[in-house]
Write a protein that binds this ligand. Sequence first.
Ligand code: PAF
Length: 278
Amino acid sequence: MDIYRKVSDIRLRLDKAEGVVGFVPTMGALHCGHLSLVKLCKSATDITVASIFVNPTQFNDSEDYRRYPRNVESDCEMLKNAGCDIVFVPSEEEIYPEPDNRIFDFGNLDKIMEGYFRPGHFNGVAQVVSRLFDIVKPDKAFFGQKDFQQVAIIKAMARQLNLSTKIEVVPTVRENSGLAMSSRNALLTETQQKNAAGISQSLFRAKEAVKQNVSPAHLKNEIAEMINSVPELKTEYAEIVDGKTLEPVSDWNRHSEIFACVAVNIGKIRLIDNIQLK
Ligand code: PAF
């Protein structure tokens, strides 16, 4: 596995590469969820490139940025064992030689849920992903379903910028307890990890409740109540939205794909999760 830190060096290597280039962008602190992206990328492409870069422009909270777990050495070891071919570990200067002042317009997609509670977050995601795509020029890029809204934003960005990169979505990987794997889980104490499983358990129960003909408005309140009944968990939002437009759903029959999405605070850590209801 080759590790590059400079744009010019990775470009030299990729210019010589033959076949389909697959890309797994990450912020490091890798877990089995990331490895499932690498695995799928390997099976669907000829060259697997991963990047590790904690992107400052997508953090609206500087404390969250400072606290974000960083373990580049063990990340590289995991990527090597997973059969990754190339890893890009750029510095901030390599990614942003000049400040990136671009403002994207995603319409409603970034006005709700993560976009509402983390203003500027998705603009930063679009900045860094478009910059990384420009450097790696992948044929296919792989993202986790856990970041449901991020996937919608990246697809919109690729359409707006006329990029030919195909966006592939990979199912969420969960702990045995049901807790969605996330780099932020590393910041939870053992008790918090146990309590945090209440997030996915509430979503699983919500999926069952849909069969009992409860209204979306009622179910969304129930999800928040179920989560809040678990010690330490505080729901920031629970929404039931259309799978493509992310518009709030008020009638199950008017949408072909429907997701329940939540953000939950546990101590100082904020976790997100989602489940497809239809
Ligand atoms: O999902 C993430 O880890 C990040 O948002 C991404 C896509 C790597 C951009 O920094």
